[in-house]
Design a protein around this ligand. Structure first.
Ligand SMILES: C[S@@+](CC[C@H](N)C(=O)[O-])C[C@H]1O[C@@H](n2cnc3c(N)ncnc32)[C@H](O)[C@@H]1O
Length: 209
């Protein structure tokens, strides 16, 4: 089953079957580490049904702008029903027009997060390039994603691989390495025996950024 098809059918039950009691740990860690402030502009890449949106909206308040981006109209319909995003954009994160995203937010983003989404994208480095293009200098960037459990938790390896396969994620993608490469002041966290990896950093400013 292709990724687009998978999320078309999963959308109505995603919040129930996505293992949220386990995976919410990653999103909570990332939200805490991002330190969002009232009035900020936030982009949620591969936002799905909007499981991050309550936490983000609580932090940025009514005056903040939350833009959710996802390729699945069915997942976005669920996110829309929450009523917490300022804008929801249906597009491939690897091909979306950065100018359009920035215009929707009214400026470049103060923070970008991608939770359990980049590892589903065959072209996630292209999606990351767009993240860098829309992030303001000094913006905080957060990636939460999955790898094989390590240490004493290797016993969970089969379970972790099954969870990733069910969701269409590449457990070997390790997209948080982009945060380590392109950000300063990178902080790390992990949960569930290293299966959930969190990286938050400050977008490095460079020439032309
Ligand atoms: C496992 S869900 C995670 C959703 C949400 N971020 C969360 O934490 O619950 C992965 C999401 O990524 C979206 N997705 C997959 N490939 C995408 C792409 N190329 N561009 C945008 N969204 C994509 C899927 O439609 C799905 O909603």
């Amino acid at each position: 089953m292709g990724r687009a098809d998978r999320y078309r059918w999963v959308a109505p039950v995603y919040d129930l079957v996505s293992g949220e009691p386990v995976y919410r740990r990653g999103r909570r860690l990332a939200l805490g580490m991002l330190g969002l402030r009232p009035g900020e502009r936030v982009l949620d890449v591969g936002c799905g049904t909007g499981l991050n949106h309550e936490g983000v909206r609580t932090a940025i308040g009514a005056g903040g702008r939350l833009v959710g981006l996802d390729s699945s109209p069915q997942m976005l319909a669920r996110a829309r029903a929450r009523g917490l995003a300022t804008e929801l954009v249906q597009a491939d994160a690897a091909a979306v027009d950065p100018v359009e995203l920035v215009a929707l937010a009214g400026g470049r983003f103060d923070a970008v997060l991608a939770t359990y989404s980049l590892s589903l994208m065959p072209h996630w480095p292209a999606a990351w390039e767009r993240v860098l293009a829309v992030a303001a200098p000094g913006a905080r960037l957060a990636v939460v994603d999955m790898q094989r459990p390590v240490g004493r938790s290797v016993a969970l390896d089969r379970l972790a691989r099954a969870a990733c396969a069910l969701g269409g994620a590449d457990i070997e993608a390790h997209p948080w390495t982009a945060v380590e490469r392109d950000c300063d002041r990178v902080r790390s966290a992990s949960a569930v025996g290293g299966h959930i990896q969190v990286r938050v950093g400050v977008r490095r400013s460079g020439p032309g950024s």
